[in-house]
Design a protein around this ligand. Structure first.
Ligand SMILES: [Zn+2]
Length: 181
């Protein structure tokens, strides 16, 4: 195990009995390179050099979304902070939808979800936002807020839904891309 630096990227090099090189970027942004025993130092450096851009992108991605605390007081606090932030972003949109379309959610909630950024239940009138949005740009959070508000009028993702979304948030596509990119 050696700590090396190539192209301004420092990484820990592990030699192992393997056939190819692998690069892992950990949650703390540290870089781990695993290479076969037979590979020379300059071959490893060449490989890392080629991957520099990818490493930087991964570092940014993992650092933007820190590991969430386990269930407990700290997580509940985070949910509260998220609820406040989302509320602030949602309020003008909530007013707009009420004025224009006469609809408003009964409640906003924040939950930790694995597969969805948000959901809207017409039965309960509740809009749920994913806690993970806390680590996303306001633009992207706003996109989810507007998306879910549109569901108060159109439940599915049919043409009517996208017409409405487009009307309310003409640049929704680029926001969505940034959110998931
Ligand atoms: Zn939807």
């Amino acid at each position: 195990m050696k700590i090396l630096e190539t192209n301004g990227v420092s990484y820990t090099l592990y030699k192992a009995s393997r056939t190819s090189v692998s690069i892992t970027v950990k949650r703390d942004g540290s870089v781990h390179v695993r290479a076969p025993y037979w590979m020379t130092r300059s071959q490893v450096e060449h490989f890392v050099q080629q991957k520099t851009a990818w490493i930087r992108v991964r570092q940014q991605a993992v650092q933007q979304e820190p590991a969430l605390p386990p269930a407990g007081r700290e997580l509940e606090q985070l949910k509260k902070q998220a609820a406040e932030k989302f509320r602030e972003l949602a309020l003008p949109w909530e007013h707009r939808f009420k004025e224009r379309y006469g609809v408003a959610p009964q409640r906003w909630t924040v939950r930790l979800m694995d597969t969805r950024w948000g959901s809207c239940s017409l039965k309960t009138g509740r809009i749920t936002l994913n806690l993970r949005l806390l680590y996303k740009l306001d633009d992207c959070i706003e996109y989810i807020i507007v998306h879910e508000l549109c569901h108060l009028l159109v439940p599915g993702h049919d043409k009517r839904f996208y017409t409405l979304l487009e009307q309310e948030l003409p640049d929704w596509k680029s926001r969505k891309k940034r959110l998931n990119g």
